[in-house]
Design a protein around this ligand. Sequence first.
Ligand SMILES: CC(=O)N[C@H]1[C@@H](OP(=O)(O)OP(=O)(O)OC[C@H]2O[C@@H](n3ccc(=O)[nH]c3=O)[C@H](O)[C@@H]2O)O[C@H](CO)[C@@H](O)[C@@H]1O
Ligand SMILES: C=C(OP(=O)(O)O)C(=O)O
Length: 429
Amino acid sequence: MDRIHITGGAPLNGVIPISGAKNAALPLMIASLMTGETLELVNVPRLADIASLSRILGNHGVDHMVVGKRPGQTTETGQTIRLTASNIIDTTAPYDLVSTMRASFWVIAPLLARFGEARVSLPGGCAIGTRPVDLLIMAMEALGAQIEIDGGYVVAKTRNGLRGGDIRFPKVTVGGTHVALMGAALAHGTTVIENAAREPEVVDLAECLIKMGARIEGAGTPRIAVEGVSRLHGARHEVLPDRIETGTYAMAVAMTGGDVTLENTRADLLHAALDVLATTGAEVTTVPDGIRIRRNGAGIAAVDVTTDPFPGFPTDLQAQFMALMTLAQGRSQIRETIFENRFMHVQELARLGAKIRLEGDLAIVEGVERLKGAPVMATDLRASVSLVIAGLAAEGETQINRVYHLDRGFEALEAKLGRCGAQIQRVRS
Ligand SMILES: CC(=O)N[C@H]1[C@@H](OP(=O)(O)OP(=O)(O)OC[C@H]2O[C@@H](n3ccc(=O)[nH]c3=O)[C@H](O)[C@@H]2O)O[C@H](CO)[C@@H](O)[C@@H]1O
Ligand SMILES: C=C(OP(=O)(O)O)C(=O)O
């Protein structure tokens, strides 16, 4: 298994190009199942999760083509892919493909809406809590689907197509909102989704569906209205920038010190996180087509954070922020409200010398003066990258095992950091 070796202590200086968002690209690719025409997606990141989903779509019969590079494009310019679901041969998404990632479960909605049936294995994904799918099932039932669980599979059927209905989510769910949107877009009649997720990735999916002919109003607000149409058509859509990758590198610079411009991204995608970073003492400025982060000399101020659905502080940046707080001057309290088991990085950060105490959903971090490199191993994607950030700021060598978690969500991580002065290498084995 590959490992990442880091020799910490160097500040980061330079430019980091931000990739297209994994968590937008995945539902957008799934939306290709909603039409027999071609969906062209631009700025798709090169990631293990994207490859896994391509395999799942391929198994359903979706044709997948990667468009060749154009002059001026580099390996870090996202790929353009064309997906055509004109000949679906199988409406089952099998366990061995779906178990590796959460988003693959969402194929259930377009399959059901367009073909009247779907058999999808219960999903996997990052081990950060129980992660049930009851609300996704509730949404499809509200659209008239009959659903049963059989041998680890969710079997969904509809006789005469989905029909519009009222969906009120008791808690905000990103996946539930994606599924509700895709189902409702091809249902007969009107659907109102209440307490919808407002995440930018939901808005990106809605914008793409609108280009495909869907009638959707209110995406980005808690109330989305969808007027179903009988068919959708092909479209071309650019995946929005990855706000979690953006925030991750911003926190890395805030921790190591230095001056980095994050290119091809937008501050409005992560205001809550950038505001918190500024409060810690980092200088955050917006520049054309990006964000500049600087911290030179000043110490890191301790700041309390609570994760929340968008526009709040994202749970997907909680681990990275905790890494930063391990070197803060004083005590910070980090409350995780979205997932009940998303503190797996705590014991690994402790190996580097961090002082963190857990009390239920609260992590109390006592800042220390320095971290010291050590071998560590993370169990999920964002936890893994929090160890990379901590390793960059620690004295000496850090070795990060189980790198496949990082490959799920961070495109060209070593190259992007290496060009800014980080001493980071992948050791293949
Ligand atoms: C691929 C992708 O986009 N993943 C993101 C998505 O995950 P995902 O869509 O799985 O997360 P949700 O927003 O659905 O989960 C939010 C909360 O609702 C609960 N819940 C969800 C569905 C359900 O049927 N029942 C239920 O109880 C979850 O356990 C969790 O406590 O949003 C999360 C919250 O921003 C992010 O951390 C993930 O990175
Ligand atoms: C939790 C994540 O992914 P998934 O929902 O696929 O587990 C993530 O992107 O941080």
